[in-house]
Each structure stands twice: as C-alpha cells, then as structure tokens.
Design a protein around this ligand. Structure first.
Ligand SMILES: Cc1cc2nc3c(=O)[nH]c(=O)nc-3n(C[C@H](O)[C@H](O)[C@H](O)COP(=O)(O)O)c2cc1C
Length: 183
C-alpha cells in the first residue's frame, strides 16, 4: 500500500479514459460525475448486437453467456488506448458477475502497466466477483479501490435512480472516494 500523498502525485496530470457499460443509465450517471471531477475521455461500451430490451430475456442471455464464456463483440473501439495511464471501468453487477461486454473489453484490450479504477452500480446485492475477474483479466495492471452504490432494481421496475437526494448523496460519496484514492 502506497502512502496517499505519493499516489496523489502519481495520479494528477495522468491521461484518463472512462469506459462504462450502462443499460438503465445509473452507471452512466456515475461515469458523468467522475468525468466532471477528473476530466479525460468518456466512452460508453456498445455492442455489435444490443441486448434485448426485455428484462427476463437479458437475464437469461447473460446467464447463458456467463456459463459458456461467450464474449459479445463490441462496436466500441478505443482510439490510441496506449496514450492513457488511468482507466476508470464502470459496470453494473449482472448475475453477480462482471457483465460479458466488460469481459470482452478487457480481453480485447491490453491494459498492462495501466492503473484501473472500477466503479459499479447494482440492485443492492453488491459487486459479486467483478473485481476478482478484472484482476485476473488484467494481471499486469494496478487495480485501485473501486466505488460502488445501489442503483436500480430493474426486476421490480425500478430503473433510473440517480436523481434528487440520491444524486446529491452519490456526488458527495464520489468526491470523497476520488480524494481518498488520490484525486
Ligand atoms: C441482466 C441483469 C442482471 C443483473 N444482476 C444483478 C445482480 O446479480 N445483482 C444485483 O445487485 N443487481 C443486478 N442487476 C441490477 C443492476 O445491477 C442495477 O439495476 C444497476 O444499477 C443497473 O445499472 P445501469 O442503470 O447502469 O444499467 C442486474 C441487472 C440486469 C439487467
């Protein structure tokens, strides 16, 4: 563990990429808040073949993909990935795992030597195995402490929640977290 001051000096002035996956815009809201604080390039992860709009259908498809190890092809290509030092990775928890498109991204792009900073929203069941998966797919990256918060509960028809008091609260939590990790 490095002293906070040391990390701070290392992180400031580094080139930042913020890549996120979001279906009902909760993780997108976190990405936007982080971008407002640290700047850099903000990129939504998009698939060649989008997931079904129906919740039961996407849950079933993701379960199949997780079971078979299928990596959905991405439409998103990052321009000159090598120029970035710090990669914020945003994703919802899906089936208590890292969503398949994020696995696709990490398999397709070599992030070795870079600093990875995860952020997440979930329905209240937590981040599951997401961080372990990032670490195993990026063994030569430094993975810093991530941010996680409760987002929507699509199963119960609760979609976007990052507004009103929740938005104010999450903005404060993100500011405190960024400061803690060195921004
Ligand atoms: C296919 C699918 C699977 C999900 N699985 C979980 C889960 O295992 N645990 C959990 O807490 N939330 C789960 N959720 C809920 C999302 O993580 C939560 O709604 C999140 O805030 C959505 O982020 P988004 O608005 O950026 O898409 C799931 C949602 C979907 C669509």
């Amino acid at each position: 563990q490095k002293p906070a001051e040391q990390t701070k000096n290392e992180l400031k002035d580094k080139k930042v990429l913020i890549v996120y996956l979001s279906r009902t815009n909760n993780t997108k809201a976190l990405a936007t808040m982080i971008h407002a604080k640290v700047g850099g390039t903000l990129v939504p992860l998009e698939l060649v073949t989008p997931y079904p709009a129906n919740y039961q259908a996407i849950v079933a498809q993701v379960a199949d993909e997780n079971a078979s190890g299928f990596l959905p092809p991405l439409k998103t290509k990052i321009d000159s990935l090598e120029k970035y030092d710090v990669i914020f990775l945003g994703f919802p928890t899906w089936g208590m795992q890292l969503p398949p498109p994020m696995k696709s991204f990490l398999k397709a792009n070599n992030l070795s030597g870079k600093t990875i900073i995860p952020f997440n929203s979930n329905a209240g069941y937590g981040i599951g195995s997401t961080i372990e998966t990032i670490k195993s797919l990026c063994p030569d990256s430094e993975v810093l402490e991530g941010f996680t918060t409760k987002g929507g509960i699509e199963r119960d028809g609760v979609l976007f929640v990052m507004e009103g008091q929740k938005e104010v609260q999450v903005k404060q939590e993100i500011a405190a977290w960024l400061q803690k990790i060195g921004y």
